[in-house]
Write a protein that binds this ligand. Sequence first.
Ligand code: HEM
Length: 411
Amino acid sequence: MTAAREIPDILSAEFAENPYPAYRLMLADSPLIWHEPMQSYIVSRYDDVARAFKEPVFTTDNYSWQLEPVHGKTILQLSGREHAVRRALVAPAFRGHELQQKFQPVIERNAAELIDGFRERGTADLVGDFARHFPINVIVDMLGLDRTDQARFQRWYTAIIAFLGNLNQDPQVTEEGLRTRAELADYMLPIIRERRGNLGDDLLSTLCAAEVDGMQMSDEDIKAFVSLLLAAGGETTDKAIASIFKNLLEHPEQLRAVREDRGLIPRAFAETLRYSPPVHMIMRQPAEDVELAGGTIPAGSTVTCLIGAANRDPSRFADPDTFDIFREDLPTDTAFSAAAQHVSFALGRHFCVGALLAKTEVEVGVNQLLDAMPDLEFADGPAPVEQGVFTRGPAALRVRFSPAPAARTSA
Ligand code: HEM
């Protein structure tokens, strides 16, 4: 095992500015690092990260301190049969008929409304004007909650994400996260109780009514799940949409190809997930001593799995530091399932339950944005900087365009 010397520290400003050189060094010579300040092992190679996601010995008990204080106990923390039942309760709402028939129109409406805000302007910040709001607005709308409360949800979600990414244990961030838990509970619990007696066609009603093997979710379970959805489905899709545009704008010939053939959007999304994943690291906690990455990881310790590094492991992807939507080692047909080649939705039993929802949001959002901005370019010259260590994406994405004469509806 190698000490973390010479490799920029994961908590350093240098790493935050650009983690990829550090990932390259880890992949080459230091596949297992003990990080004293984080009290965590760090693994980076594709096979090690994939194993940690797939093998049940790597539990998700770490979420008891990472997320439970702010959400309550969620599906992410559960294992075995308990997890399988919970997953079966929530998963149908995020795929197939429910997604296509019920939620696609909600997604299209929310995209169009946000774009209406800058359609005529000729300039936009695709993060501040669109990506930051779109997935949260969609979730609030899917749940059948009051759309005038979107700003409140936005604030809660910002606090939850800051709590999750609080690698330095800033006490103010912790306090804000705990306050959010109380505020969200006060808001959601009366709504859940009311909805149970008055079921509708929305996601909250579906969650209230869902039953598997005679089991249902309690009010507290549903509140915790809603809280998780804000973070899991908001921040991630926000970063994904901003990054797909950043990557395409940096590669104009690929942007042109996507504009001309919208069927390439899923490819561009899959490659964006690989090349610039919204979530750069996920933790696990082995239940027993386990051999990984050439060392022994003791039971109960924390392992940080570097998604951003694994996705650029040269033993897995040819020319991994190149953004190429046409690459042959990233099949699109599996990219949004647990058989994916990239690890940006994790793999195994906790594989992102919202992957197909995210894909639909990205397809609708990118389609409508391309229609509204026929000659899109960066407004400030060179590509915008990325921000974040735990989750990562462009902080802002200012673009310039000639307003389209009339909005087409998306495919
Ligand atoms: C590009 C967008 C997204 C990315 C990159 C992403 C990433 C992830 C990752 C890495 C995990 C696994 C966490 C772990 O194993 O510890 C996960 C799980 C999860 N995601 Fe997503 N996600 C995205 C969109 C969404 C959306 C739109 C939703 C729903 C609204 C969602 C809901 C969930 C839930 C509920 C889980 C927990 C699943 C379980 O524990 O069985 N995600 N996601």
